[in-house]
Design a protein around this ligand. Structure first.
Ligand code: KIV
Ligand code: NA
Length: 267
């Protein structure tokens, strides 16, 4: 059964689709409870959770590990899994890698770039595909806005239309001008999900660690809803202080023996 039908319906109604990334079970559970429409297990896991230098360091095994955790935390959620760098060098490799992510718990797979033969191969294997254009972190090592010139915008629009014709079911548009994202969104049948792509896409996605404020750096495209990085430091510091001061554990944190057992024990 199609996992993306609901998003086509939302696009038709003009109801914005709210997407967040998640990489672990408790975060996925919280997002499901909060009513997130779609969870993306992105290869952003590498930089945001695993301490890797780059998206390119993320492996298929990493993606399977995190997709499985998200699936356990949110059994009913619709989950997109990213095909990592190097896992879709040919249509055949893409299908095998996608099947591996689906086996781990993904409903939909995403990859970067205008590779029509890959969309066709995945669609042919009954796998729903999310494409990803604009800034492609696996391919563009310099993280800046794409599609600013008329030439680049036209190329992006043409790529999106071709992928749409090949059967993509969702399209992530990353770091492009609002006008370009609006035009692509109008032109393609598939729902578009923007990040740093303005207000006129069919949905929005943000990286959960950016939303929660884990890192020292904020991005213009992001909205920080919490400062969890600071909360983590504060909680750890308070715990360390309590242990060092002998304030933890306290009476309410421990168990005593029954007096008669204690007497027998110490006799
Ligand atoms: O990996 C990721 O989190 C992504 C989003 C930024 C779209 O691909
Ligand atoms: Na990604």
């Amino acid at each position: 059964m199609s996992k993306t039908a609901r998003f086509f319906e939302m696009k038709r109604r003009g109801a914005p689709i709210a997407v967040l990334t998640a990489y672990d079970a408790p975060t996925a559970r919280a997002q499901a409870e909060a009513g997130v429409d779609l969870i993306l297990v992105g290869d952003s896991v590498g930089a945001s959770m695993l301490g890797y230098e780059s998206e390119r360091d993320v492996t298929l095994a990493d993606m399977r590990h995190h997709i499985a955790a998200v699936r356990r935390g949110a059994p009913e959620a619709v989950v997109i899994g990213d095909l990592p760098f190097g896992s879709y060098d040919s249509p055949g490799a893409a299908v095998a890698s996608a099947q591996s992510l689906i086996e781990a718990g993904a409903d939909i797979v995403k990859f970067e770039g205008a590779h029509l033969a890959i969309v066709e191969a995945l669609a042919g294997a009954s796998i729903e595909v999310c494409c990803h254009l604009g800034l492609e972190p696996q391919n563009h090592l310099e993280k800046r806005v794409k599609g600013r010139s008329a030439t680049d915008a036209s190329k992006l629009l043409a790529d999106a239309l071709a992928l749409d014709g090949a059967g993509m079911k969702l399209l992530v548009l990353e770091m492009i001008p609002e006008e370009v994202a609006a035009e692509v969104t109008r032109a393609v049948k598939a729902p578009t999900i923007g990040i740093g792509a303005g207000r006129n896409t069919d949905g929005q996605v943000l990286v959960i660690t950016d939303v929660l404020g884990f890192g020292p750096k904020n991005f213009r495209h992001n909205r920080r809803y919490q400062n969890v990085g600071q909360i983590m430091v504060d909680a750890a510091r308070a715990y360390v202080r309590d242990v060092h001061d002998g304030d933890f554990p306290a009476e309410e944190n421990l168990t005593h023996m029954a007096p008669e057992e204690l007497e027998l024990f110490l006799r």
